[in-house]
Write a protein that binds this ligand. Structure first.
Ligand code: BGC
Length: 767
């Protein structure tokens, strides 16, 4: 019987297949009806590496049938010419467009702008600025002939060791969601799409394609999904990328609970879900789950879809849903609209955008005795090999093929700072020598780039000589990580012995001459600081600030720009203080076995639940090196008495910030809420809003307004499967960081509020 009905469907669809339709925004149903099964099965599978089984094994980069369109882009969707279905081009992401900079038989170059990494953008706490960066990135997507950028990356910083944290934003879902929504709005304002990734709980890189991330329903909803929920509701991304890993026993790509029940039914997402760049899995299950597009795609997947529809294992109607969503996406793309791209975006203008935005994400961690900004007459000794080999971004798909990276030495020279040439020569010779060694060592594939140059040990004699000759020492410490592996504690999260020695020796030598020392941190992730931060006079966290890095750092060091970045994650005293360190790869915790599976490789239990980042440190009063939300400025700010007024839904808070210092600057105000006792157990305070002033002149004030809804205040109750906001009095706290609350007010929620959800995605293991 089933077979007969199916044959009838196939015959009727083949009959309609002859009809002359051409894809238009208003005839999508007709086009779906006109498509043959083969055409549908082709459309839901990407073009890259057709003929192989796909996946990461083939290396990354587009080698499929449409590679000629934009060489180096990550993937495509397949065209069906007879129905006017155009291909579309998907490119990485997130710190800029990632395509091949050169093409065969073509003298033109196709470099893209390397923008600050995700952590740096989040630390700006400036949604308008992130939107501006998004507009510039979106313009490059458009002008290089692409349709979607595979960004923003928005997984939660569960551990400082996650190799991809630099692409992500924060340990906090609210910051993550707001910054991601701003990025999405910016990019999509250019008429191209985004793909928020990796949905979801891609908390580690170790065995990322298989690991089962086990997490409670509450932590899932409140920590790991919340950012995506905000980005989807407020940014309306064209696409979402399902992650490689499993959550609570099920591959996210095959989870109907995640991709349909939560994402579409509860949050109202109406775009396309594509897989991360996986090989062949159970394609029918992926389609049934609501995963519309298989990337990068392999012919075997197309064959599987055809076979499974024919056998009845996959219904045509499930396939049609995915096909329809892909067509709805395609008609929005520039390629479908026939946009004539220039291949010549305004890279100069975008270099200016990255230069400025990078300075705003930099976090001034320490500045004793107003060491910074450095005096314009100062002569500077620049230590640390990273200063001469500056790191613009991370590795892997998050890397951008940019035309150049300005190193710190060059940035300082451009700013007219007198740099000690003798020391620079020592480093440049060392760099040349090291590069001659590493050039001979084959790279780990072009995708992962080269290893960083090891730090050079300097004799006390050289350092003492510098302390005699120069007025200030700058030491740069660098780190780089990327997809496919997680960081280690020794010599990565912690300093190496050579780096510790360098900081100690330079500080001792310069301090003995009453001269100051500045440390620059050039990295995308958290570093151990407690053991050495007492030694230098100033510490500037520059992050991986994009291709203009050296200029951006020089702008801050010389005071041309006043840093206003604040940490979007906690900097712990030691790695083991982070609760997830007991359940994360590469930490000291012993690996357990469970049912023949190895912990942290086959499965990782998020035993800490909600205790991620400041939710743990602040609630339990645990000492940190730098708290969440922390960052200094060259000026100071006063917070007025706040006002909190009940609104139709939730409350509206206002507070006036005044620049009480001597130079112009911006201030981000963080609004935390402490819930009334009696309901669900909650962290001591949680971030519910934030706002940043414009640049205020000395003495100038600005009133900031922040809205918080009752839903924003809700916690997830696993017993009732509802978001619940208890009635009662909430303390509304305005902080310069999570530990520095400057003003408080109260808000009375008169009636309890609940939102019913589905009881899905229960943990498949004991937590
Ligand atoms: C990464 C994605 C990326 C994709 C395409 C995957 O390995 O996880 O973030 O977008 O490759 O390059």
């Amino acid at each position: 019987m089933r077979q007969t009905i199916l044959s009838a469907i196939l015959v009727s669809s083949a009959l309609v297949a002859n009809a002359q339709v051409s894809l238009k925004p208003d005839n999508i149903d007709d086009v779906v009806r006109a498509m043959t099964l083969e055409e549908k099965a082709t459309l839901v599978v990407g073009t890259s590496r057709q003929g192989s089984t796909g996946g990461m094994q083939g290396g990354n980069g587009m080698v499929g049938a449409h590679a000629d369109l934009v060489p180096g882009a990550a993937g495509t969707t397949q065209p069906v010419a007879r129905l006017g279905i155009t291909p579309s081009i998907l490119t990485d992401g997130p710190a800029g467009v990632r395509i091949s900079p050169t093409r065969q038989n073509d003298t033109q170059t196709y470099y893209c702008t390397g923008f600050p990494v995700g952590t740096a953008l989040a630390c700006t706490w400036n949604q308008e600025l992130v939107e501006q960066v998004g507009r510039a990135i979106g313009n490059e997507v458009l002008e290089y002939g692409c349709d979607v950028i595979l960004a923003p990356g928005m997984n939660i910083h569960r551990s400082p060791l996650c190799g991809r944290n630099f692409e992500y934003y924060s340990e906090d879902p609210f910051v993550t969601g707001k910054i991601a929504a701003a990025y999405v709005r910016g990019v999509q304002s250019q008429g191209v799409g985004t793909s928020v990734k990796h949905f979801a709980v891609n908390s580690q890189e170790t065995n990322r394609t298989e690991v089962n991330e086990v997490v409670s329903q509450r932590a899932l909803r409140e920590i790991y999904l919340k950012g995506f929920e905000i980005a989807v509701r407020e940014g309306r991304p064209w696409t979402v990328m399902s992650s490689y890993n499993r959550v609570n026993g099920v591959y996210t790509q095959q989870s109907r609970d995640l991709l349909t029940t939560i994402l579409r039914d509860e949050w109202g997402f109406d775009g396309v879900v594509m897989t991360d760049w996986t090989g062949q899995r159970n394609t029918a299950e992926q389609i049934k789950a609501g995963n519309d597009l298989m990337e990068p795609g392999a012919q075997a997947q197309t064959q599987e879809v055809i076979a499974k529809v024919k056998s009845g294992e996959l219904s045509m109607s499930d396939l049609d849903i995915c096909v329809k969503r892909i067509l709805q996406y395609l008609v929005k793309t520039p390629r479908y609209r026939g946009y004539k791209y220039s291949n010549r975006p305004d890279l100069k203008a975008h270099a200016e955008v990255t230069r400025q935005s990078a300075t705003e994400g930099m976090v001034l961690l320490k500045n004793s005795s107003a060491t910074l900004p450095i005096k314009s007459t100062a002569k500077v000794s620049v230590f640390g090999v990273t200063a001469y080999d500056f790191i613009a971004g991370g590795t892997g798909s998050g890397d951008v093929n940019k035309a150049y990276t300005i190193d710190l030495m060059t940035g300082l020279s451009n700013a007219g700072v007198a740099v000690n040439k003798k020391l620079a020569d020592v480093y440049l010779k060392y760099k040349e020598y090291q590069q001659s060694l590493t050039d001979a060592i084959p790279r780990r594939g072009w995708f992962w780039g080269k290893a960083l140059l090891p730090e050079m040990a300097l004799s006390r004699q050289i350092i003492d000589g510098q302390a005699q000759e120069s007025d200030v020492a700058i030491i740069t410490i660098g780190r780089q990580a990327g997809e496919g592996s997680d960081r280690k504690e020794a010599d990565d999260f912690n300093l190496t012995d050579t780096e510790q020695q360098l900081i100690s020796d330079v500080c001792a030598a310069f301090h003995s001459q009453n001269k100051q020392v500045v440390v620059i941190l050039n990295m995308g992730n958290v570093l151990e600081t407690a053991s050495w931060k007492g030694k230098p006079d100033a510490i500037l966290l520059a992050w991986q600030p994009g291709q203009e890095g050296g200029n951006s750092v020089a702008d801050v060091l010389t005071g041309k720009a006043n840093p206003s970045g604040k940490l979007s994650m906690t900097w712990p005293v030691s790695l083991i203080d982070v609760p997830s360190s007991h359940n994360f790869p590469n930490v000291r915790a012993a690996q357990r076995q469970f049912g023949g599976k190895t912990e942290f490789t086959d499965y990782t239990r998020h035993v800490e639940g909600l205790n991620v980042g400041y939710r743990y440190f602040n609630t339990y009063g645990k000492e940190v090196s730098y708290p969440f939300g922390y960052g200094l400025s060259y000026t100071s700010f006063a917070y007025s008495r706040p006002s909190v007024k009940a609104a139709k839904d939730g409350f509206v808070a206002t507070i006036t910030v005044t620049n009480t210092g001597k130079v112009a600057g911006k201030e981000a105000v963080e609004l935390y809420v402490a819930a009334p006792k009696g309901g669900l157990d909650k962290p001591a305070r949680e971030l519910k809003s934030f706002a940043k002033t414009r640049e205020l002149r000395p003495g100038e004030s600005q009133t900031l307004t922040m809205n918080v809804t009752a839903y924003d205040l809700a916690s997830y109750n696993e017993q009732t499967q509802r978001w619940e906001t208890a009635a009662g009095t909430y303390s509304v706290q305005f902080g310069a960081n999570v530990e520095d609350i400057r003003a408080t007010a109260t808000y009375r929620q008169s009636k309890a509020m609940t939102v019913k959800c589905h009881d899905v995605m229960r943990p498949d293991m004991q937590l």
